[in-house]
Structures are given as C-alpha cells and as structure tokens.
Write a protein that binds this ligand. Structure first.
Ligand SMILES: [Zn+2]
Length: 125
C-alpha cells in the first residue's frame, strides 16, 4: 500500500498545479487570508498567509490516506473518505533549514473552498 505508482505521482503533480492556480485566481478569498505560524528549530518564527504558501507553491502533497468520515449518519455505515495532506515547506531565512508544517485541511476540503465564487466582484478591479 505504500507503493506510489507513476499515476499517483502524476495525479499529485496535477493536484498541486490546480491548487496553485486556484489560489492565484482567489487572491481575495477570505479563507486564504488566514495565517499560519511556522516555528524553526533555531527560534525564528515566520508568519505567512495561506495565500503566500499556496499561490507560491511552497508545499508538497503527502500520501493520501483514508479517514472515517466525520459525517456518519445512522444509515451510512463506516464511510471512509480520502484525505491528501498538504505539507508546507519554507526555508528559514535565519539558519537555512527547512521549516515544515502540516496545512490544517486536506486537498479534498480545500479545493471546494477555492472554487466558491466570490460575492464581491469589485474587489477584483
Ligand atoms: Zn531557522
């Protein structure tokens, strides 16, 4: 199950490109204004918006895994959904080490958020 087929790798590459382009198109998406704090081993703290990360492509997609859906109803028994984790990577400007963090939501949950059309068109002007 740990084997990554060539197809999986192409898929992940495609998904990453999709996330980058969706993010770039959604510059004013409120969700992308959330901030994430990265703490390096050397003590340096870097605060970036989700937009900075996603639009800049400073992330990798992890191995998809199955999780039991949190929305189980009595009629659906043991539903599992796939979740692909997003790993953030940023080089520390102080010591040059990579700072790693896991994005709080998976690709599967992020894409619909970015595909929502913004209600405020004049913001794009
Ligand atoms: Zn550092």
């Amino acid at each position: 199950m740990e084997d990554r087929t060539k197809e999986d790798i192409i898929n992940l590459k495609f998904m990453k490109e999709l996330l980058v382009s969706l993010s770039q198109k959604n510059r004013y998406n409120r969700f992308l204004k959330n901030k994430v704090e990265l703490k390096c081993k050397c003590g340096h703290i870097e605060t970036l918006t989700y937009y900075d990360f996603l639009a800049g492509g400073e992330f990798n997609l992890g191995q998809p895994f199955s999780v039991v859906s949190p929305f189980i109803t009595e009629s659906i028994y043991d539903e599992t959904i796939t979740a692909t984790p997003i790993n953030l990577i940023k080089k520390c400007p102080e010591c040059g080490e990579d700072i790693l963090a896991i994005f709080p939501i998976s690709v599967e949950n992020l894409v619909p958020l970015l595909q929502v059309r913004q209600p405020d068109p004049q913001m794009y002007g």
